[in-house]
Design a protein around this ligand. Structure first.
Ligand SMILES: Nc1ncnc2c1ncn2[C@@H]1O[C@H](COP(=O)(O)OP(=O)(O)OP(=O)(O)O)[C@@H](O)[C@H]1O
Length: 326
C-alpha cells in the first residue's frame, strides 16, 4: 500500500444546475501521506472548505463532485454509500470544523459527549467509557479530567471547549484529521495550544492532518506540504521549505508577504492584491485562474501545473506563456 493515505486526483466540484452551474473547485489534485501534515491555503472563497467537505462526502445538497477521484486508505470515497461513509466519519477521518463549538450539546456533560463516538464506532462497553474519556481529557491538556468530565459546555471557556472538540475528534483514533481553520475564533495563545494538540496527536499515532488555513505563519510552523489555492484551483504546491524559499506564483509570494514580521519596521501589511499589482506590474489580477482581460483582449492562461523542480509545481502565469483567445 502506498503511504499516501489521502489522494485526490483531478477533482471538480460544482454547485447549481443548468445555466447556473458554478465550478467551485477545478481539477484539484493533492495528497496527504501517512504521518504528515498537508496545508491547503488560500483566501476566503478559494475552495478550501468545499474540497475538504468532499472528502467526507458532506457537500451541501446543491453541490456535487462532477469528476475525479478521492482515494482514502486505498478506497474510493466517491463510490461509497452513505452507510459506508458513516463508518468512516469520526472513526477513520475526523473533521474539526470552523464553527464547531456551537455543535456541542449544551444539555449534555462534556465527558459524556466525548464518549459518543466510542459507543457508536467501537461498541465500547459502558464500564470502559469513563476511563477512556478521562485519558482523552488528559491528552488534550486538562489536569483535572474528573472535574471537567462532569461540566456542561456553558461552564467552559472557548479554548476549553475547543479542546473538548479535539478530544472528540481523536477519540476513535482516526488516521486522518481534517482541521478547517480550527482556531479562527480563538486568541493567539489558545490557537497555538489547539494546533499543538493536533500535532501531538499526529506524532503519537503516526496519523495525518489536512489543515485548511489562510495563515502562512501556521503553515510554516505545522505543515510538511503546502497546496496554495486560488479561485478553485491549486496554483502552487511543494514541500514547506521549497515553497518558503522559492515561491514562484505571484499569489503565493503575496500570501508569504502577508506574514507579519518583527523586522518589517512598522510597514503596512500588504494585501495579496497590492502585492500582485506592484510586483506583476499589471492592472488586475495577473494570475487569474483561467482567463483574464487586459486592454480589451481576453487571455487564456494554460491550466496545467508544471513541475519546476522535483516536487514543486506551479500553474503558469507569465505573459509569455499566455495565449490570446479573444
Ligand atoms: N452551498 C453552496 N452553494 C453555492 N456555492 C457555494 C456553496 N458553498 C460554497 N460555495 C462557493 O464555493 C466557493 C468555495 O467556497 P469555500 O467555502 O470552499 O471557500 P474557502 O476557501 O473555504 O473560504 P473560507 O476560508 O471563507 O471558508 C465559493 O465561491 C463559495 O461561494
Amino acid at each position: 500500500m502506498s503511504n499516501r493515505l489521502l489522494e485526490i486526483n483531478n477533482l471538480n466540484i460544482s454547485f447549481g444546475s443548468g445555466k447556473n452551474v458554478f465550478n467551485a473547485v477545478t481539477d484539484i489534485s493533492l495528497s496527504v501521506s501517512t504521518g504528515q501534515t498537508a496545508a491547503l491555503i488560500g483566501e476566503s472563497g478559494s475552495g478550501k472548505s468545499v474540497t475538504s467537505l468532499s472528502v467526507l462526502k458532506l457537500l451541501p445538497a446543491n453541490g456535487r463532485a462532477e469528476s475525479g477521484s478521492i482515494r482514502f486508505d486505498d478506497k474510493e470515497i466517491l463510490q461509497m454509500t452513505e452507510k459506508e461513509m458513516q463508518k468512516i466519519r469520526g472513526n477513520e477521518i475526523s473533521m474539526i470544523f470552523q464553527d464547531a463549538i456551537a455543535s456541542l450539546n449544551p444539555a449534555m456533560k462534556v465527558g459524556v459527549q466525548i464518549t459518543e463516538g466510542l459507543k457508536y464506532h467501537k461498541q465500547m462497553p459502558k464500564s470502559e467509557l469513563r476511563t477512556v474519556a478521562l485519558t482523552l481529557l488528559e491528552q488534550v491538556g486538562f489536569h483535572n479530567p474528573a472535574h471537567i468530565f462532569d461540566q456542561y459546555p456553558s461552564q467552559l471557556s472557548g479554548g476549553m471547549k475547543q479542546r473538548i472538540l479535539i478530544a472528540m475528534a481523536i477519540s476513535c483514533r482516526p488516521k486522518l484529521i481534517i482541521a478547517d481553520e480550527p482556531t479562527t475564533a480563538l486568541d493567539v495563545t489558545i490557537q497555538r495550544q489547539v494546533l499543538d494538540l493536533i500535532a501531538d496527536y499526529k506524532i503519537r499515532e503516526d496519523a495525518s492532518v489536512l489543515m485548511i488555513t489562510h495563515d502562512f505563519g501556521v503553515v510554516a510552523e505545522y505543515a510538511d506540504w503546502v497546496y496554495v489555492m486560488f479561485g478553485g484551483r491549486i496554483v502552487e504546491s511543494g514541500d514547506v521549505f521549497t515553497i518558503f524559499n522559492n515561491p514562484i506564483h505571484p499569489y503565493t509570494k503575496g500570501l508569504i508577504g502577508c506574514i507579519p514580521s518583527l523586522e518589517s519596521d512598522g510597514d503596512r501589511l500588504k494585501s495579496v492584491y497590492d502585492y500582485s499589482f506592484e510586483e506583476a506590474g499589471y492592472k488586475g489580477r495577473k494570475f487569474a485562474p483561467e482567463t483574464y482581460s487586459m486592454e480589451s483582449k481576453v487571455y487564456h492562461a494554460p491550466s496545467s501545473l508544471i513541475e519546476v523542480e522535483p516536487g514543486h509545481y506551479v500553474r503558469l502565469f507569465d505573459e509569455s506563456e499566455v495565449t490570446i483567445v479573444g
